[in-house]
Design a protein around this ligand. Structure first.
Ligand SMILES: [Zn+2]
Length: 197
């Protein structure tokens, strides 16, 4: 009975070893002495960190929203200030900030904590902020089939601080609108004013 579990554990162990090995190689290639004390545990630490920040690959974001129930509420629902942490796919550098989601249900609603889990599933992988934004909107649209959904994502990108144009403190804001939010400017304005409060 332990067969599958053993197999999975072995695979996880092998991946871990491989990542540790390659992190060590990168350290050597950038000119480090991998035997000095401060770096001895670094490959293992980086590997454990990767398991956390790339945990999204283990999850299908659609399943996260899966549990929904019928409700008569057909007015704007907003969950704002959901924090996220992601890695930009161009530099593997962190970017992070807040997600705000608003939708108008049409019979199905998601548990509020499920929206936070959706944000985690989408952001804990290599990403670009624009895609995080549109994926959240598309998955909400697909699974809940609301009248409309609007997503605003704010992000600070370390690759913009540490390299290239070097502009610390600048924020990127991306939006995605689906359904009635597309045609209804008043609805968009209501959402935007509520997330600013
Ligand atoms: Zn980048």
């Amino acid at each position: 009975m332990a067969g599958l579990k053993d197999y999975v554990n072995k695979k996880v162990d092998t991946n871990r070893e491989q990542i540790e090995y390659h992190v060590k190689e990168i350290l050597k290639l950038v000119g480090e002495d991998v035997e000095r004390e401060g770096l001895l545990e670094t490959p293992a630490r980086v590997t454990r960190m990767y398991e956390e920040i790339f945990a999204g690959y283990e999850v299908d974001p659609r399943d996260v929203l899966g549990v929904t129930f019928d409700e008569r509420h057909e007015e704007l629902v907003i969950v704002k200030d959901i924090t996220y942490y992601s890695q930009c796919e161009h530099h593997m550098a962190p970017f992070f900030g807040k997600v705000h989601i608003g939708y108008i249900p049409s019979g199905k609603i998601a548990g509020l904590s499920k929206l936070a889990r959706l944000v985690e599933a989408v952001s804990r992988r290599l990403q670009v902020q624009e895609r995080i934004t549109s994926q959240i909107a598309d998955i909400m649209d697909e699974v809940l089939q609301p009248h409309g959904v609007m997503v605003v994502v704010e992000g600070e990108h370390l690759c913009m601080c540490a390299r290239g144009v070097k502009k610390p403190g600048s924020k990127t804001v991306t939006t995605a609108v689906r359904g009635t939010f597309r045609s209804d400017a008043a609805q968009r304005a209501e959402f935007l004013s509520l997330i600013k409060q």
